[in-house]
Design a protein around this ligand. Structure first.
Ligand SMILES: [Zn+2]
Length: 290
């Protein structure tokens, strides 16, 4: 795994999931996220050993399995303290909550894979965190309580607060728990002025305005597509079907639930804005424009 230095104390291991490293003193570090698996954790440990660093803390930007996958291995090996926003910490301590949230009940076995469910690790509320040189920034929307981590080198690790344009082109609809907050977070990020922005997926950038706007436009385009589909289709499953076909989304049990919960988040926003109403008709959600 290749490591890049972004400041005096700030490093990043660039990979499918970018992992932040912050030097809290000459030989102890705090990680920002741990990747998607135990193997990811082992590779991080290798990088730490090569640099004679030991792991003291982990901050998880949020609880999705691809960000906390190395937690359990690394916590066992180094007895590291793990922090996340309070609600996210419940998911990190009880990873079954993630597929349960997607499914809305005890989840199917096919949802309880490493893609959606990491091994549990012991995580505390970020409010208890006091690491000199690190500041926590609220970036919720993508998930319940996603946080960014700003370092004393003026670098902001943003987790999944936005996604790079390249990845967004590949996955037309990105998972979003709260579309309204997601858009507010994009607006907020545009007002910030960090030297480097490190998203979990994609390229490190100095100026994120274009990327942030692509995320905003993609989100607004989905909202527009939903409203257009509602001109001729009204049942929730028909709406989902059209969105799957239009965006060439792979038909799988996982994608059905990930995309389905995201579309429901759009519906929540549209109901709140009084643009649509939802009733139950013939045992199914029936959605109409106002
Ligand atoms: Zn995520």
């Amino acid at each position: 795994m290749a490591m890049k230095k972004l400041g005096e104390k700030t490093y990043v291991i660039e990979n499918l999931v970018n992992v932040g490293i912050y030097l809290i003193n000459d030989n102890e570090v705090c990680l920002i996220d741990t990747g998607s698996s135990k193997d990811y954790g082992k590779n991080i440990a290798k990088v730490l050993e090569e640099n004679n660093w030991t792991l003291k803390y982990i901050i998880n930007t949020h609880s999705h399995a691809d960000h906390i996958g190395g937690n359990s291995y690394l916590q066992e090996k180094y007895h590291a303290l793990i922090y996340a926003e309070k609600t996210e910490s419940y998911f990190i301590n009880n990873p079954l909550l993630e597929p349960a949230l997607m499914y809305g009940a005890k989840p199917l076995d096919s949802l309880c894979t490493s893609f959606l469910m990491a091994r549990p690790s012991s995580c505390e509320d970020i409010k208890n965190m006091d690491i000199e040189g690190l500041k926590i920034v609220d970036l919720k929307g993508h998930s319940f309580g996603l946080i960014g981590v700003a370092t004393s080198d003026n670098v902001l690790f943003v987790g999944d607060a936005y996604t790079s344009e390249r990845i967004l082109n590949k996955y037309a609809i990105q998972y979003t728990y709260d579309v309204e907050e997601f858009l507010k977070t994009l607006d907020y990020l545009e007002t910030t002025n960090y030297d480097y922005y490190v998203p979990s997926h994609g390229e490190i950038e100095k100026d994120i305005r274009k990327t942030v706007d692509v995320n905003r436009q993609t989100t607004l385009a989905i909202e527009n597509d939903i409203l257009n589909i509602l001109d001729h289709k009204h049942f929730y499953n028909e709406l989902l079907n059209e969105l799957f076909l239009k965006n060439h989304i792979k038909s799988s049990v996982e994608q059905y639930h990930i995309i389905g919960t995201t579309i429901k988040s759009f519906l929540t926003k549209l109901v709140k804005e009084d643009k649509i109403e939802i009733i139950v008709k013939d045992g199914s959600l029936w959605i109409s424009k106002k």
